[in-house]
Design a protein around this ligand. Sequence first.
Ligand code: NAP
Length: 346
Amino acid sequence: MSDQINKDAPVLVTGASGYIAQQVILLLLDKGYKVRGTIRSLDKGPALKNLLATQDPRAADIELFAADLTSDAGWDDAVAGCTYVHHIASPIPPELPKDPNELIVPARDGALRALKASKAAGVKRVIMTSSVASVAYGYDNQPDVLSEEDWSNPDNLKDNTAYTRSKTIAEKAAWEYLSGPGQGLELATVNPSAVLGPVLSGDFSASVEILTQLMGGQLPATPKVGFQIVDVRDVAATHVAAMETPGAAGHRFIAASDYYWFEDIAKLLREEFPAQKKKIPHRKLPSFLLRLLSIFNPVMKQVVPELDKKRFVSNDKAQSILGVTFRPGKEAILAGAQSLIDHKVV
Ligand code: NAP
């Protein structure tokens, strides 16, 4: 499959500084692609290249371009000459902003900027990181198992956060653009669940807070909250497979593995990392108390729509069409935790 792809043309990865983007870049380099990335400010370029070069010396050759989701500047130059674009950049903050538009506008308009520039430059396919947030939120009667056929309802505010709304609104806008002015450009989306797995440095995505909160002594007890976990390396593999597989265009692909409640992650961490045991909570936080605390605590507010709720998505499509396999959630949790210990974060 990948043999048909001309590896002389650079592959663009937007948001190259991010947790998922770093693994996509490393996999592309490993497969012999030339890689180009966007970052908000070129000042951070040398540090990013040095970080990636600790994993693969070919990272020294990455070309970096400055582009912000909130501005038109830089996008045309970044996509010029590319056949494939991985659009991964999107705001994913640990705390929710007061104004949801702080997330929704850059997520949606940034995706449209990446797509419009790609269309104008004759890019063949854009592979965009969406989320399970665009699949599994805002239902009155939520199905037991959700799939790529399902769409979240971002207008049901009780069962969404600004972040989950931003992902649904951005992905919808992307598909709408494709069926209108963007016709002819190909799009595939990767919709990951909660991403864990190794971090390359002490600077990482909000999802890794699941581990830092549990291991760093910030949580006195575990809330009744759970997620399907997926390893960041498998999210990268899904992205690259969605690029290389001819039939992937026009499809959404859920990237998700096993379901874990927080209390089970805490139990696993206590067993596997006895030195950290004292800090890892072993009590349960009653949901009514968390709802109360969330009035004052913005990190907890993010968790409220998840309380006592199990959202479960199928990963069958990515396995059958893209041929990817997903590591067990346990492996992603333990690799993530070990990397946080190695980087002295916890
Ligand atoms: P991350 O490490 O925080 O990466 C986010 C990236 O987006 C960073 O490179 C960040 O740049 C960039 N970004 C944010 N706002 C930007 C702006 N205004 N202009 C340009 N770039 C901007 O998080 P991640 O987990 O890798 O997330 C990557 C993608 O995966 C996002 O689309 C996210 O929604 C999606 N996703 C993540 C998870 C998860 O559990 N982690 C699950 C499902 C989907 P800076 O470094 O400059 O901030």
